[in-house]
Design a protein. Structure first.
Length: 270
């Protein structure tokens, strides 16, 4: 489907759910910007918490995201920029996810003071046991969230790209195949985006499954669904292609409250 309908306001229902995104990246995406020598170029350092950037004339969301090593979709969702992801000179963008709650008023942790040892009546220090600094207990790792419904594979091809937590270019998996192969909805839901407004993802479809769960399908040759359309698990929603990629494949992501999840932990074993 090559003609994009106008973006309805219902598309915005997905944005608050994605405010804490960490975005929709790819593992083998061909970037359309200037090429860099991977033998000498170093990846940009992650922005510090609360960092922002001001949009300059001629800049795109993709260019800003690439400069800071971020996913374009993450950047769009952190700033609640709706499709078709248009930004304007002078606009200030946050470069890190919104953080729930507020920091302390001082903004710095309290300074530990050295205890003064007690003294005897003669004025000499009393013997006290040595004070040992407690070893902090590491916080338990957050277990992957479990959806209240069953996922199914969105395409039949072999796995050609894997998920890597924290890597903005690998926030999903890539499934190989041939151009025209069917791309299917991984679960029941509503199409909240169907378009090409995000550079690097090609023909992109996003399905909202409930208030917490979304799935994204990129690099399609053609989109077969419209925004607002209800789909059932297994319904064909697109045709596989290589728009924005180096080969025919589907880039597939699962997100919980905007945070990327490893699809292989959710999909049934093959």
């Amino acid at each position: 489907m090559n003609t994009r309908p106008s973006i309805p306001r219902r598309v915005l229902v997905a944005l608050p759910l994605l405010a804490a995104l960490a975005a929709c990246g790819h593992s083998t995406v061909v970037r359309t910007g200037p090429r860099h020598d991977t033998r000498t170029a170093r990846p940009p350092s992650p922005p510090k918490a609360g960092a922002t950037a001001v949009v300059r004339s001629g800049e795109t969301l993709y260019r800003i995201a690439t400069r800071y090593g971020l996913s374009p979709l993450d950047l769009a969702m952190w700033n609640r920029i709706p499709p078709p992801y248009t930004i304007y000179p002078g606009q200030r963008l946050r470069l890190t996810p919104p953080v729930a709650g507020r920091p302390s008023s001082s903004g710095t942790p309290p300074v530990a003071r050295t205890p003064v040892p007690p003294r005897t009546s003669a004025g000499t220090p009393a013997t006290t046991p040595p004070v040992r600094n407690p070893v902090p207990t590491p916080a338990p790792a957050t277990a992957p969230a479990q959806a209240p419904f069953a996922w199914r594979w969105p395409a039949d091809g072999a796995l050609v790209g894997s998920f890597a937590a924290g890597d903005p270019t690998r926030q999903g998996i890539d499934i190989g195949g041939r151009v025209g192969d069917p791309v299917r909805a991984a679960a029941d839901g509503v199409v909240v985006y169907s378009g090409t407004g995000l550079v690097g993802y090609g023909e992109l479809v996003i399905v909202k499954h409930d208030d917490q769960w979304l799935s994204a399908y990129g690099h399609n040759r053609a989109r077969l669904v419209n925004e607002g359309q209800r789909v059932k698990a297994g319904d064909q929603i697109a045709e596989m292609g290589h728009s924005g990629a180096s080969r025919d494949m589907l880039h597939f992501e699962i997100r919980y409250n905007g945070k990327p999840q490893d699809p292989l932990q959710a999909l049934p074993k093959r």
